[in-house]
Design a protein around this ligand. Structure first.
Ligand SMILES: CN(C)C(=N)NCCC[C@H](N)C(=O)O
Length: 274
């Protein structure tokens, strides 16, 4: 299959090192408190992800980790920004609640909207600037409340397409769907309700479809700059799929972060300035 050359767009990201990473509570089906985490390996793998993004030409800001907040490494969950406006997070579980304030402080110079409704930032929101004039895809069912979708639309002034997640293994939108570039997505249909599947098929007829094995390998929990698709080393089949669609897969090993129920995308928030 031949494709026009995919052009990367330079991005700005926010990450938080897993200096205090542990699995000491279980709030998703991937977390097993009986299996110890290798914290030093987690930091090493995280840093390789950071340098991979920098080496591709992107800017990565680093948020100071806070002791006692072991999930803070999943920086994507702390807020959602579009064109200089930020919709803050409000976490579902008390164990993560204090992360929201650390993110809010980071966005002091931005136009920040504090949320009333539970939502977990880019865990459940994705933005496609080139589709339908700029559209937000939003997940609900496990973490983010549907009311937060309407709140995000008011805060960010972009249409929000609400999608119901139905499989607890894929509890955030970003475990089951990712933007590959400004226009197109990849997703695992089985993670969504029948109606949400119809909506996605209607809006994105050229989407790259993934299967359950891809999603279980966290292959959809990827970060793409429009050309380079960064995904974890376990996601080999997904790498073939994105390559066949004309993108360049870039693998990073993130075995430790999977123990907390996340991978590449969870660890990287995109900062979308105006
Ligand atoms: C891809 N995913 C799911 C994320 N965006 N975030 C990971 C959050 C993991 C954390 N232990 C939790 O359960 O909240």
């Amino acid at each position: 299959m031949s494709h026009m050359e995919r052009m990367p767009r330079v991005r700005t990201y926010l990450m938080c090192p897993p200096e205090h990473f542990t699995v000491e509570y279980a709030i998703n089906p991937w977390m097993d408190t009986t299996v110890p985490v290798d914290a030093a390996l987690a930091v090493k793998q995280w840093d390789l992800l950071r340098t991979t993004l920098v080496d591709l030409g992107h800017t990565v800001h680093v948020l100071d980790p806070v002791a006692g907040l072991p999930d803070m490494v999943y920086a994507a969950n702390g807020a959602f920004s579009v064109d200089g406006r930020v919709y803050g997070a409000r976490f579902r579980y008390p164990q993560r609640a204090a992360e929201a304030a650390a993110h809010r402080d980071f966005y002091a110079a931005w136009n920040f909207v504090a949320p009333e409704h539970v939502n977990e930032g880019e865990g459940d929101f994705a933005y496609l600037p080139g589709a339908y004039g700029g559209v937000i895809l939003a997940g609900h069912g496990f973490r983010t409340e549907p009311a937060a979708h309407a709140e995000a639309q008011e805060a960010l002034g972009r249409p929000v397409v609400s999608l119901r997640l139905v499989d607890p293994a894929f509890y955030h939108l970003d475990t089951a769907l990712a933007a590959l570039d400004d226009h197109n997505i990849t997703y695992y249909p089985g993670a969504f309700s029948q109606s949400a599947q119809r909506v996605l098929a209607q809006l994105f007829p050229d989407a790259v479809l993934a299967d359950r094995a891809d999603a279980e390998a966290f292959g959809l929990n990827l970060v793409s700059d429009g050309r380079n698709v960064i995904l974890n080393t376990e996601a080999t089949a997904m790498a073939h799929k994105v390559r066949a669609a004309g993108y360049e897969p870039v693998h990073v090993e993130l075995t430790e972060l999977k123990r907390g129920g996340g991978s590449v995308k969870c660890a990287v928030a995109e900062l979308r300035h105006a």
